[in-house]
Design a binder for this molecule. Structure first.
Ligand code: BV8
Length: 247
């Protein structure tokens, strides 16, 4: 799919850009997207059910094993050209904010320095009883270990459905959406809130808003431009068109 010259010019001239990514940007790294993460033995579970405090209370071992499985997928994955292009854009644009719904840490591994993790990171842990961070030297595969401080259950440091987003992360994300002149929404179904509100906040504040996805989704028709192509192709092409391939 051709990239309109107007978008290339906007990116080249932009002083302030914000990007929201979803599971689609990690798909080309071999990490299944959130809604089709369920294959094999996990196929019979609904991720929206597993990713909840109720599921963890009811069956901590099952939820812990699901995250152990996903952690193994992520450990075997490498950042793809889409992640790398976003790290390059961060180096080229003065005020660049990368906001992600993903919990896989691949943006950091691609070299992005300033990543706003709205939904946490599955390679970090915290105590289910008091929410304080927990450092694990070894990570058991079958069941959550006890918190070394209080004996409560250790959980992955991710935001489950029905839980509030980290207040600072959300504040930073909204501020970036409000001040940016260009907002890119990449690889997200746009069904999970409040993250999916960000492109609309940006648009109502006057930003030019762009969706990059392989198929129309919940944001279809709501943004200024919709580009349908894999992000691992589209993002490098966009970065090269705007800034060249010079290192
Ligand atoms: C909240 C971490 C306030 C965990 C995730 C009832 C009670 C409480 C809240 C609600 C409720 N009903 C609704 C809500 C709100 C709820 C919500 O939005 N539900 C939805 C499902 C309707 N939200 C919340 O609960 C949030 N908190 O509202 O707090 C509150 C609190 C209490 C009471 C009331 C209000 C918390 C939401 C965070 C949930 N945690 N992740 C984990 O990962 O295990 S969300 C999860 O979904 C992932 O983070 C994922 O990133 C995210 C969104 O999904 P996507 O990233 O979009 O992934 P998806 O698979 O859906 O789509 C992939 C996309 O990529 C597709 O569009 C595809 O076309 C595209 N794609 C594929 N390949 C490519 C590609 N694009 C480009 N290139 C490719 N190659």
């Amino acid at each position: 799919m051709e990239i309109p010259d107007t978008l290339i010019e906007r990116l080249r001239k932009a002083r302030c850009v914000a990007v929201l990514t979803g599971a689609g940007v990690s798909a080309e790294s071999g990490v299944p997207t959130f809604r089709n993460a369920q294959t094999g033995l996990w196929a019979r579970y609904d991720p929206g059910e597993l990713a909840s405090p109720a599921a963890f209370r009811a069956n901590p071992a099952l939820v812990w094993q699901w995250y152990a499985y996903r952690r193994s997928l992520v450990a075997a994955a490498e950042p793809n050209p889409g992640h790398i292009a976003l790290a390059e854009l961060e180096r080229r644009i003065a005020d660049f904010t990368l906001i992600t719904q993903n919990v896989d840490g691949l943006h950091h591994r691609a070299g992005s320095q300033n990543v706003v993790e709205l939904h946490g990171n599955l390679n970090r842990y915290r105590c289910f009883a008091d929410d304080e961070p927990v450092e694990l030297t070894t990570v058991p595969q079958d069941a959550p270990p006890p918190c070394p401080r209080c004996g409560g259950l250790v959980r992955p440091d991710v935001v489950w459905f029905g839980e509030l987003l980290p207040p600072r992360a959300w504040r930073v994300a909204v501020a970036a959406a409000r001040r940016c002149e260009l907002f890119l929404c990449v690889g997200t179904s746009g069904v999970v809130h409040p993250a999916a509100d960000l492109p609309l906040i940006a648009r109502s504040a006057g930003a030019y808003t762009v969706e990059i996805n392989i198929a129309p989704g919940a944001l279809n028709g709501l943004l200024d431009l919709h580009l349908y192509a894999p992000s691992g192709h589209m993002l490098p092409a966009l970065a090269a068109a705007a800034f060249g391939n010079a290192p």
